[in-house]
Design a protein around this ligand. Structure first.
Ligand SMILES: [Zn+2]
Length: 305
């Protein structure tokens, strides 16, 4: 059961149902309505019917969408891009030019799916759906500093590598709101935990540079893809910066001294859930804490130490 709310003027949050940790990695999808309308994030393929019902239920014909805007190619953010391109042949799929092959080459898409299965379990394909390529003619390529003009508002493109080399964030010029994708990480409102965006293939130091770049924008709202929209933007970005830096330092030291995985998990949970026993318990019980965050640091530091 999706939850739909207008979180800023003509920006609608379409949030998968269930508790925040349980529904991960399904992502929140945002509908931005103007003379031209856009979907920011596509979610997993399994989310498509809910997203279409939500858009139509809000009184907007999904066939009128002009832009499909995944922040990056990971299945939970851009996995439905090929399906939307097929369903909406007039819409353009907005990406960084270097991400085009990742979205359109079936062999690369298959490799991405294999990585997704390693992280989220062998049954992930059934739970989250299969991907199909985006046809070349559907792409609209954008780079850092470009604007996607929708009518009264534009979305400014911010290249934010680290979590993924071609990751893009988008700043809505009308609300000063930031669609952050995975560039900051996930924010779990229910347990008040910031989860750094470390995952397999993530560079934590480049991530920190991108967080600093986002901080300079002075956004007033953050539209989280894993989590909800929040209006205490500067505080939450500062928290992500500090927690990501601290987790990275903890992981570096732990891998240098050869700590066990169990100790590393405890140390990272200590950083992220300092003040709450409930949050500690929830993080320790969360099945993806190791396969995303811990495995991300392990791969990065094992290849760089
Ligand atoms: Zn991602």
């Amino acid at each position: 059961m999706v939850l739909i709310s207008e979180v800023a003027e003509n920006i609608y949050e379409i949030q998968p149902g269930g508790n925040e940790l349980d529904r991960f990695p399904l992502s929140t999808v945002y509908l931005v309505v103007d003379e031209k309308s856009a979907l920011v994030e596509t979610g997993c393929p399994a989310q498509i019917s809910d997203t279409m019902a939500a858009v139509n239920g809000l009184g907007h014909d999904i066939r009128d969408l002009s832009y499909i805007i995944p922040t990056h190619v990971h299945i939970d953010h851009g996995g439905a891009a090929g399906h939307f391109a097929q369903l909406l042949p007039h819409a353009q799929v907005v990406t960084h030019p270097k991400a085009a092959r990742l979205f359109s080459d079936p062999i690369i898409l298959d490799k991405l799916m294999q990585g997704f299965l390693r992280t989220f379990g062998e049954d992930a394909k059934q739970r989250f759906g299969g991907v199909i390529p985006v046809p070349e003619e559907s792409f609209k390529f954008v780079e850092d500093g470009d604007h996607i003009y929708l009518g009264n508002r534009a979305l400014q493109v911010i290249h934010t590598p680290g979590h993924d080399p071609n990751h893009l964030c988008f700043m809505d010029t009308q609300t000063n709101g930031l669609f952050c994708g995975d560039a900051l990480g996930s924010y779990y409102t229910e347990i008040d935990v910031t989860m750094p965006s470390s995952a397999p293939m993530t560079d934590p130091y480049v991530t920190l540079q991108s967080i600093a770049k986002l901080q300079e924008l002075n956004s007033e709202i953050i539209f989280f893809s894993h989590g909800r929209a929040t209006d205490w933007a500067s505080e939450i970005i500062q928290r992500f910066k500090e927690d990501t830096r601290e987790c990275t330092e903890v992981a570096l030291k732990a891998y240098e001294t050869g700590e066990t995985q169990e100790t590393i998990v405890q140390q990272l949970v200590d950083v992220l859930a300092k003040d709450s026993d409930k949050a500690r318990g929830d993080l320790l019980a969360w099945p993806y804490f190791v396969s995303t965050l811990v495995e991300g640091y392990r791969q990065y530091f094992n290849s760089s130490i």
